[in-house]
Design a protein around this ligand. Structure first.
Ligand SMILES: Cc1ncc(COP(=O)(O)O)c(C=O)c1O
Length: 484
């Protein structure tokens, strides 16, 4: 017998299930070339429906090779990459110098788990020295971004002896069992069923998404009302966070993406970041900046949080650290890093030596080729192109960008701000068909996000903007989005 409870749960879960038949149909109707279709069908046949590719794109492209900011699929179609494989390939695809450093280390010693090697020690020195703030710093290694986040949380709780982690609505911190408890996506909760999220000591507060302020205010006249509201939670014993009379706080850390990546490249106002760091200091808990996606120079500074002149206690780093090989790290205050003992965390492929050799080369190139300045300058150029587009495209309700971290928010009507989610999904497919790869995201599925390799050429930015111009024009016609 199926109870009403079971029936309801099964119905809800069915909505989240990927359908092999639906994926096949999407492939058949996609217009992709024959080789791509063959590989996509093999993927569908042998890989779990739980992968992300058919969620990111109606029908994902099948990439064969790349160079710089250019990609070529298995049928020979060319693309401008405005995505960098989720900001992994910041120095461009097939970067010869980074690849040579990786290959040289592979030929010398590929891996020997858990023993120190020279490139690991050297990259630890470089990372420690690049953590902002006037204090001693150290590094803890990991493999993925999610693992780095889990280390940071484990360490923050160990060091403070407290439980609660504060995150924001829209934050993405990974999909492993631990990180899932920190990530704010409704469907994450469904994937925890029938076991509740592992981490129940997580308090989520609204993110300063100023275009759609959760408090109905306008920035900057709001005077950071949201931060004041948050601080109110520490002034009463009734909010779980704090006992003002006994001067006890139960909070271990705030974990924050300074700019929310998976939620659609939404940027907190810099004074907000400064303010929440001050609140962390006042109530004596740690401040952790999750820079897995917007770190490593993406925004024109090495760490996004540096724009707010904030020195976090811990930073989580991954993605483009080795320009393509899996490598992640937590950097932070020495006294925190040295508060636990040998073996407190371990993972076999941690600090994979070729990835560390690649990371050293990445930092060398950043210095030599002024990559941060390039990101800032090309980002400003890209942003001014978007601003031009916004003058003739009524669908662009809002846009933002810092360095090569940019997004546009599509709306049906600028006055009502009604999100144009369906139109944005259609635009993404058209962009890919027209040779531009980017990401479609947002609280309401209505943002297009751009994160090209930091070495993209201005002529490639021009080309991408031209395609975007045409696609937005077609989209506005199809979805009847006018300036009236
Ligand atoms: C901000 C942020 N944190 C953590 C993660 C998780 O990293 P990974 O996918 O390497 O586990 C991501 C991944 O996109 C991310 O963007």
């Amino acid at each position: 017998m199926v109870t009403p409870f079971e029936e309801r749960v099964l119905k809800e879960r069915a909505k989240l299930r990927g359908s092999v038949e639906a994926f096949k149909k999407r492939v058949e109707e996609s217009g992709r070339g024959p080789r791509s279709k063959q590989i996509l069908l093999k993927t569908i046949q042998y890989e779990s429906t739980g992968h992300l590719d058919f969620s990111l794109f109606p029908c994902p492209p099948v990439i064969d090779h790349g160079k710089g900011a250019r990609l070529v699929d298995v049928d020979g179609n060319e693309y401008i990459d405005l995505h960098s494989g989720f900001t992994v390939d910041s120095l461009g695809h097939a970067n010869e110098e980074v690849n040579s450093a990786i290959k040289a280390q592979m030929d010398k010693l590929n891996h020997y788990a858990e023993l120190p090697v020279e490139p690991r020690a050297e990259l630890a020195r470089i990372l420690a020295e690049h953590h902002p703030g006037n204090f001693e710093k150290k590094v803890m290694w990991a493999v993925t971004g999610g693992e780095a986040v889990e280390i940071a949380i484990k360490l923050a709780r160990w060091y403070t002896g407290k439980q609660i982690i504060i995150t924001h609505w829209g934050d993405y911190h990974g999909r492993t069992a631990g990180a899932m408890g920190l990530t704010s996506k409704a469907f994450m909760m469904a994937y925890c069923y029938p076991i509740p999220p592992m981490d129940t000591a997580v308090v989520r507060i609204p993110f300063p998404y100023c275009y759609r302020c959760p408090f109905g205010k306008e920035y900057p006249s709001c005077d950071l009302f949201c931060a004041d509201q948050f601080e109110t939670m520490f002034k009463s014993k009734e909010t779980w966070l704090n006992n003002p009379k006994a001067e006890i706080t139960n909070v271990a850390a705030m974990l924050i993406e300074p700019f929310q990546s998976s939620a659609g490249y939404i940027m907190a106002p810099l004074p907000y970041l400064k303010r929440v760091k001050e609140i962390a200091e006042k109530y004596d808990y740690l401040f952790i900046s999750d820079e897995v996606q917007n770190g490593m120079g993406r925004t024109g500074r090495l760490w996004a949080i540096e724009h707010a002149d904030v020195a976090p206690d811990l930073i989580t780093i991954a993605k483009s650290l080795s320009n393509g090989l899996p490598l992640s790290a937590v950097t932070g205050r020495q006294e925190i890093m040295d508060s636990w003992g040998p073996g407190a965390h371990s993972s076999t492929f941690t600090a994979y030596p070729p990835a560390c050799a690649g990371g050293i080369k990445v930092f060398e190139i950043y210095d030599r080729d002024h990559i941060l300045e390039q990101a800032a300058e090309k980002g400003a150029y890209f942003l001014s192109g978007i601003e031009e587009l916004s003058k003739r495209h009524p669908s662009i309700g809002h846009f933002n960008g810092l360095g090569l971290y940019l997004a546009i928010e599509l709306v049906v009507d600028r006055k009502t701000k009604e999100p144009a989610g369906e139109a944005a999904g259609w635009a993404l497919s058209e962009l890919v068909k027209s040779g531009v790869i980017c990401i479609h995201s947002g609280y309401y599925y209505n943002r297009l996000c751009f994160a090209p390799p930091l070495v993209i050429e201005k002529t490639e930015i021009d080309q991408a903007l031209q395609v975007l111009d045409q696609v937005l024009g077609k989209m506005e016609q199809k979805f009847n989005i006018t300036s009236e």
